[in-house]
Design a protein around this ligand. Sequence first.
Ligand code: HEM
Length: 168
Amino acid sequence: MDPTGSYHLAVFVRFLHVLSAIFWIGLLYFFNVVNVPTMKALDAATKGKVVPVLLPRALMWFRYSAVATLVFGVALLFTPAVYPAGPGSWDWKILTGVSLAVIMFFNVWAIIWPNQKQVIAMTAASAASGNAPPPEMAKHARTAYLASRTNFWLSFPMLFFMIWASHT
Ligand code: HEM
């Protein structure tokens, strides 16, 4: 590739894309392989203390790193050094990877976050009042869990195609 401005821009944007992707998917793997079994092992009183401190911070980094990944990823799609012929040069591999990643992005913002927000609020309220959490909490937790598990499994083909597309 020519060392043009677009080339150096692509190098930098690609770096930012992969860095934010590590943040996002690293936290996704933390939720799925560490947090879920850890929360199962804790009693209600301990959860009442841990959840309102741990989850808002983890979910803040999680959803904003998803935004950064999407923004830098879309920027790469429109960077001439990466795709000189514009949208016409996007092949099926990158379109497959991007489609899966976009589904994952909507799972984060439209399902996981709104439901987790309820779980956090209900856990904190029940810890403060000493009453049992309302029955809807289990439904919110289950919905967030299923969307998160879906993203966990989607991340493997997503990453496979994302990387394959750049190293043909
Ligand atoms: C959210 C929507 C996303 C879009 C629009 C997007 C877009 C892109 C594009 C266009 C490329 C090709 C860049 C090139 O050929 O230099 C790329 C590469 C890559 N993306 Fe994504 N991506 C997204 C999400 C993700 C996610 C969630 C990950 C998670 C790990 C990821 C990881 C990577 C990696 C590792 C590369 C390969 C870099 C390389 O080897 O050169 N992307 N992405």
